[in-house]
Design a protein around this ligand. Structure first.
Ligand code: AMP
Ligand code: MG
Length: 328
């Protein structure tokens, strides 16, 4: 009898007949990173989400000639789709809010460091100094869906596009009637709803020194975006010095703020993504001040020495490690 039950269970799993209780899951490579999509629902929805990710990847890519950001960077002006215009407006607002620590016009710097073409190099100070005047969100003019770039500016949405994409995917699923889902797009995790068994989401924060391992976990229920920016996510070494991909728009150099990573927790994926990049540039002290002046996010900072510091709200979700708590 037991044998028959086991066979039935195996058959059920093989035929996907048990998918109603468990998630349908897939992994893809897009936007230069590995992505995982889990939907408690129909497998067709998972492939819809993948298609949506590939579509947005093209739209926002700096290298895909079919994309809108590519065209805007090439021509200095473009008539955009409503969603690209929406993302640019958000990016500009978040750049202003963070005092330029998050800056979507860093593309000339990112290219000079060779991060786009995966041909990393250390640019000379003269080269960076010559590029800095073209960096700054004041060079982006948006009039509805018409965008103009002035002063040689070029856009790179690498610091915000994955968060926006995660947000869009979950919105799509929600509109399709899905109650529970999770996407993990590189360092961008976003959840929808609560798991059918009522158990909490437990999301690991990568150990900056051993990124395949979690150094801590965040436990919560419901819909949330958790986005990590870390120097370890893309970096190279030259003459014994490590250089990473998150640049300080004021200097053109990899941000040397003393942080190894920052995780931002908030309901909106786009905001979480831009803020994690910005807080990484700001560092712990300025980042803490910025948090005290805000009321829409929580954060976990990991310093280069390995100290973990959590804002009050993040501390309530944090486990598996020792940490300090930032008070308001
Ligand atoms: P993230 O991993 O979200 O922190 O984004 C890092 C990516 O955003 C880099 O690979 C660059 O493409 C771009 N980027 C680098 N520095 C900045 C910055 N200060 N503001 C906005 N985007 C940036
Ligand atoms: Mg970001």
């Amino acid at each position: 009898m037991k044998k028959i039950a086991a066979l039935m269970l195996l058959l059920c799993l093989l035929l996907g007949g048990c998918a109603k209780s468990g998630p349908v899951e897939t992994e893809i490579f897009a936007m230069d990173t590995y992505m995982r999509i889990r939907v408690w629902g129909d497998s067709g929805l998972v492939s819809d989400v993948c298609d949506e990710i590939y579509r947005l990847e093209t739209l926002f890519s700096v290298t895909d000639e079919k994309g809108e950001i590519f065209a805007l960077n090439r021509d200095g002006k473009a008539a955009l789709s409503a969603e690209t215009a929406e993302l640019l407006a958000k990016a500009a607002a978040l750049s202003e809010r963070t005092g330029g620590a998050f800056d979507p016009t860093v593309y000339p710097l990112v290219r000079a460091w060779g991060f786009t073409a995966d041909e990393q190099r250390v640019p000379a100070q003269d080269e960076l100094s010559a590029l800095l005047p073209s960096v700054g969100v004041e060079h982006l003019q948006l009039n509805g869906t018409e965008a103009v770039l002035t002063g040689g500016a070029q856009l790179d949405l690498g610091g915000i596009a994955k968060g926006y994409t995660a947000q869009k995917c979950l919105l799509y699923l929600e509109n399709e009637g899905v109650q529970t889902a999770m996407v993990s797009l590189g360092g961008n995790v976003q959840t929808l709803g609560t798991k059918p068994d009522g158990s909490a989401w437990v999301i690991g924060i990568a150990d900056p020194n051993e990124p395949s391992e979690a150094v801590a976990t965040l436990t919560f229920t419901g819909s949330m975006a958790l986005v990590t920016s870390g120097g370890y996510q893309r970096c190279f070494e030259k003459d014994g010095v490590r250089y990473h991909h998150i640049l300080d728009p004021e200097t053109g150099l990899p941000a040397g703020s003393g942080l190894a990573s920052v995780t931002v927790i908030t309901s909106d994926g786009t905001t979480a993504d831009a803020l994690s990049t910005a807080l990484f540039v700001m560092g712990l002290e300025k980042g803490a001040e910025f948090w005290r002046g805000s009321d829409d996010f929580e954060a976990v900072f990991i310093t280069q020495e390995g100290k973990i510091v959590a804002t009050e709200g993040a501390a309530a979700m944090l486990g598996g490690c020792e940490f300090e708590v930032l008070a308001r």
